[in-house]
Design a protein around this ligand. Structure first.
Ligand code: NPQ
Ligand code: MG
Length: 374
C-alpha cells in the first residue's frame, strides 16, 4: 500500500446564524480540506481530512492562511519524501516541525480515512468503540439580549440536545446563566465556556456561578495560565475544564497533576490529530479525569470523526458534537450528522464513514492547491 497527499482545498460555508464568542463573531467559515490517496493492488482509494483552524488566529495561534502555507510548503513536502507512509507515523514524522497541530491533524486524518477505506474498516472500529450513538450537546453563542438567548436555547431544547453550553465573557455571564438555568429547571445539564476571557483576579466573580449548578466552566483563563486555573479550581465550586490549554499529552498530564484540569475537553485538531487525541483520552481515563469531545464548527467530515472518537468509554460527558444543521444550511456530505432523541449515531461505514457530495463541494470551493511533488 502506497499513500500520498494530493490536494488542498479551501471552502467557504455560511453559518445558519452568527456565532459569537469572547474572541469574536463568525458569520461564515473558511475551512481547509485535504485529499489523500492510497494505492493497493492497483486500486486507488481516496480519503479526506479537515483542518479546524479558524479564519483568524483568535481561538488559537493557527489560522486558515497560515495552515494552508505550512501544509503546502513544509508538511506535505516532508511526507512526500517518506516511503511506506502510514497515518500512524505522521505525527512522529512531522514532530520536528514546531506547532501547527491543526495543519498536521488534517494530513493524518486524510491518510487515516484513505487507509481505512482501502481496508474496508471504520474509524470507530479502529478505535474499538463499544457504543453506537453518543449524547449530543450544543454550544450557544453570546447573544445581544438575554431574551434572544432564551429563545435560541428553547429552540435547541426542542431539537433534543441533552446538554447546553453557554458562551460567556465579562459583562455577559451571571445574568444570562441565571436566566437559562431558570428556563432549563434543575435537571438539564448546563455548562459555560469563557474562551480565556477572564483573569486571575476574577475568582470571586466566577465563584458566583456556583449558584447555578454548572457541570463545569471551560477555559476561564488564558491558554498558558495552568497555575491560574489550578488556583481558580481551588477557589470556586464549579469544576474547571480546560480546552485551549490542552495542546499535547504532556501539557494534559501536567495540568491534571497541578489540579488545573478537573475535566478535559478533547479536540483532535488542537493536539495534532485523532491518534494523539485517543492517547489523551487514555491518559485522562487512567487519572480518573472525565473527558468530552469539543467542536470546531466542522463539516460532515470532522463531525463524523468526532462522533467516533466521542464513543470511546472515557467520554463520560456529552460533547459539542451537534447536528450539522446547528451550523450549516447545507453540508458537503451526503448524510449530515443528525440528532435523534438527543443522540448522534456513530458512523459505521469504511474510513470516517461519510460520502462527499462532490457537486456541493465544488460549489463551495474557493481555491485548490496540488500537493503532489512536481
Ligand atoms: C470552543 N467551539 O469550544 C469552540 C470555539 C470556537 C463549538 O464552542 C471558527 C473556528 C469559529 C473555530 C468559533 C464551540 C470558531 C471556532 C468557536 C471555535 O471553544
Ligand atoms: Mg471551548
Amino acid at each position: 500500500m502506497t499513500a500520498r497527499l494530493c490536494e488542498l482545498r479551501e471552502i467557504r460555508l455560511p453559518l445558519v446564524a452568527p456565532f459569537q464568542t469572547s474572541f469574536g463573531t463568525q458569520t461564515s467559515r473558511r475551512i481547509l480540506l485535504v485529499r489523500a490517496e492510497v494505492e493497493h493492488d492497483g486500486v486507488t482509494t481516496e480519503g479526506w481530512g479537515e483542518c479546524v483552524a479558524g479564519d483568524e488566529p483568535t481561538y488559537s495561534s493557527e489560522y486558515v492562511d497560515g495552515a494552508a502555507l505550512v501544509i503546502r510548503d513544509v508538511l506535505a513536502p516532508r511526507l512526500a519524501g517518506v516511503t511506506d507512509l502510514r497515518a500512524a507515523d505522521v505525527a512522529a514524522i512531522l514532530g520536528p516541525v514546531r506547532g501547527h497541530p491543526m495543519a498536521k491533524a488534517a494530513l493524518e486524518m486524510a491518510l487515516l480515512d484513505a487507509e481505512l477505506r482501502a481496508e474496508q474498516r471504520s474509524f470507530a472500529g479502529l478505535l474499538g468503540v463499544r457504543r453506537d450513538r453518543i449524547p449530543s450537546g450544543v454550544s450557544v453563542g453570546i447573544h445581544p439580549t438575554v431574551d434572544a438567548l432564551l429563545a435560541t436555547v428553547t429552540g435547541y431544547l426542542d431539537d433534543g440536545y441533552v446538554r447546553i453550553k453557554l458562551k460567556i465573557e465579562p459583562g455577559f455571564d451571571l445574568e444570562p446563566v441565571a436566566a437559562v438555568r431558570g428556563l432549563l429547571g434543575p435537571d438539564v445539564p448546563l455548562q459555560v465556556d469563557a474562551n480565556a476571557a477572564y483573569t486571575r483576579h476574577d475568582a470571586e466573580h466566577l465563584a458566583r456561578l456556583d449558584a447555578f449548578d454548572l457541570l463545569l466552566i471551560e477555559q476561564p483563563l488564558p491558554e498558558d495560565d495552568l497555575l491560574g486555573h489550578a488556583e481558580l479550581a481551588r477557589a470556586i465550586g464549579t469544576p474547571v475544564c480546560l480546552d485551549e490549554s490542552i495542546t499535547s499529552e504532556t501539557v494534559c498530564a501536567d495540568a491534571i497533576e497541578l489540579g488545573a484540569a478537573e475535566i478535559v475537553n478533547i479536540k483532535a485538531g488542537r493536539v495534532g490529530g485523532y491518534l494523539t487525541a485517543r492517547r489523551i483520552h487514555d491518559l485522562c481515563r487512567e487519572r480518573g479525569i472525565p473527558v468530552w469531545c469539543g467542536g470546531m464548527l466542522e463539516t460532515g467530515i470532522g463531525r463524523a470523526a468526532n462522533a467516533a472518537l466521542a464513543a470511546l468509554d472515557g467520554f463520560t460527558l456529552p460533547g459539542d458534537v451537534s447536528a450539522s444543521r446547528r451550523f450549516w444550511a447545507t453540508d458537503i456530505v451526503t448524510e449530515p450528522i443528525e440528532v435523534v432523541d438527543g443522540h448522534v449515531a456513530v458512523p459505521t461505514g469504511a474510513g470516517l464513514g461519510v460520502t462527499l457530495d462532490r457537486e456541493m463541494l465544488d460549489r463551495v470551493t474557493t481555491s485548490t492547491v496540488d500537493l503532489r511533488p512536481a
